[in-house]
Design a protein around this ligand. Structure first.
Ligand code: HEC
Ligand SMILES: [Cu+2]
Length: 353
């Protein structure tokens, strides 16, 4: 038993690992299924390096096996020592030149891609969108430059166009990672703005994560990028600009909720405009795919969040128990009806994790 297990232990280990890791290929959250320009560029680089690695591995293994078989000790020839070679010019040239060529094959596209990804030549041009991104513990703010609107947790972009992101952080280091569309970029506190661009090929809801350990709820700092056709994007922009932040909701509970919200929550949250407070801008909250970036947008979840956000995202900056649960119900009615645009993605969005 012991020997049998020993023999197959590493096989077990690796096949289990492979099984677990195969769960990482979630649609719209995978660098291996690129849906945008930068992601495709990065996947190409990965494939080139994997191809080179396989090539080197195969050659080295072939030589290794050949030598093993060819020069093993054979019966009756125990005393024979094969011819010893020292300093073979041809061989040494070969094993110097081949790696140089391989490194060049790797380096040229890598350097090219590095410059390509850092390109900002069209930023600020007529009709080119720049979004100012701010990473906060544990949420994201998106300010659409020149448009006087903002969203949080969910960024809307038009497909087929470059959208520049000017990124910073308000508190500690964060990192914006959107594997299916682009790579990742750190966001820094202070004056340093990091810029990257997104170009989505097709409509979709793409998932992103913060990838810089930023506190106890770092793993819950999710966001989404919603890519829609340019026509839909324009419509969405129009809808957002026409929001009346003081509009009265239809039902009486929602009206009471609005008043409760204005009295208890407005010190941190904005509705309408582009401002970023201590908390997220909630202008289009009713259109959200998720609450606080992670919860399904049901009333129950929203009430839970309003009453004890600390239990859902430990260490976040929204205080618990500002209002009673009955009041939270009314506020939830108010917030969930803040649907200002019917613009969305046609394709079915991805399923639950
Ligand atoms: C002291 C500031 C502060 C106050 C007051 C406050 N919040 Fe928040 N709120 C936050 C912060 C910070 C977050 C982001 C938490 C996170 O995701 O890490 C947040 C997140 C939220 C979210 C999730 C938003 C999203 O983007 O999905 C909702 C909904 C919300 N708050 C509702 C309320 C309501 C309702 C009240 C009043 C009862 C309130 N907040 C009072 C700071 C505050
Ligand atoms: Cu983080």
């Amino acid at each position: 038993m012991r020997g049998w297990m020993g023999k197959f232990r590493s096989l077990f280990l690796f096949s289990t690992l492979a099984l677990i890791l195969s769960g990482c290929g979630e649609e719209n959250l995978s660098a291996l299924k690129p849906k945008g320009y930068s992601a495709e560029l990065l996947l190409d680089l990965m494939l080139i390096s994997i191809a080179i690695m396989i090539f080197v591995f195969v050659i080295v293994m072939a030589i290794y096996v050949y030598v093993l078989v060819r020069y093993r000790k054979k019966k009756g020839q125990e005393d024979i020592i094969p011819k010893q070679t020292e300093g073979n010019k041809a061989l040494e040239v070969i094993w110097t030149v081949i790696p140089i060529i391989l490194l060049l094959v790797l380096a040229v596209p890598t350097v090219q891609a590095t410059f390509d990804l850092a390109d900002q030549s069209t930023q600020g041009d007529e009709g080119v969108l720049t979004v100012e991104v701010t990473g906060n513990q544990y949420w994201w703010h998106f300010n659409y430059r020149g448009e006087e609107i903002a969203t949080s947790q969910e960024l809307y972009i038009p497909t087929g166009e470059r959208v520049y992101l000017d990124m910073k952080a308000s508190d500690v280091l964060h990192s914006f990672w959107l594997p299916a569309i682009a790579g990742k970029m750190d966001t820094l506190p202070g004056e340093n703005i990091n810029t990257m661009y997104l170009e989505a090929y097709e409509e979709g809801v793409y998932w992103g994560h913060c990838t810089e350990l930023c506190g106890p709820s770092h793993s819950l700092m999710d966001f989404r990028v919603i890519a829609v056709s340019p026509e839909k994007y324009d419509q969405w922009l129009e809808d957002m600009k026409n929001v009346d932040p003081e509009a009265q909701p239809e039902t009486t509970t929602a009206q009471e909720g609005q008043e409760l919200f204005n009295n208890n929550c407005m010190s941190c949250h904005a509705i309408g405009g582009a401002s970023m407070g201590v908390g997220p801008n909630l202008t289009n909250f009713g259109n959200r795919e998720k609450i606080a970036g992670i919860l399904d947008p049901t009333k129950e979840n929203l009430v839970d969040w309003i009453v004890h956000p600390d239990e859902i995202k430990p260490g976040n900056k929204m205080p618990a128990n500002i209002v009673e649960p009955e009041e939270a119900e009314k506020i939830a009615d108010y917030l969930l009806q803040l649907e200002h645009s019917s613009v969305g993605v046609d394709a079915p969005t991805q399923t639950e994790e």
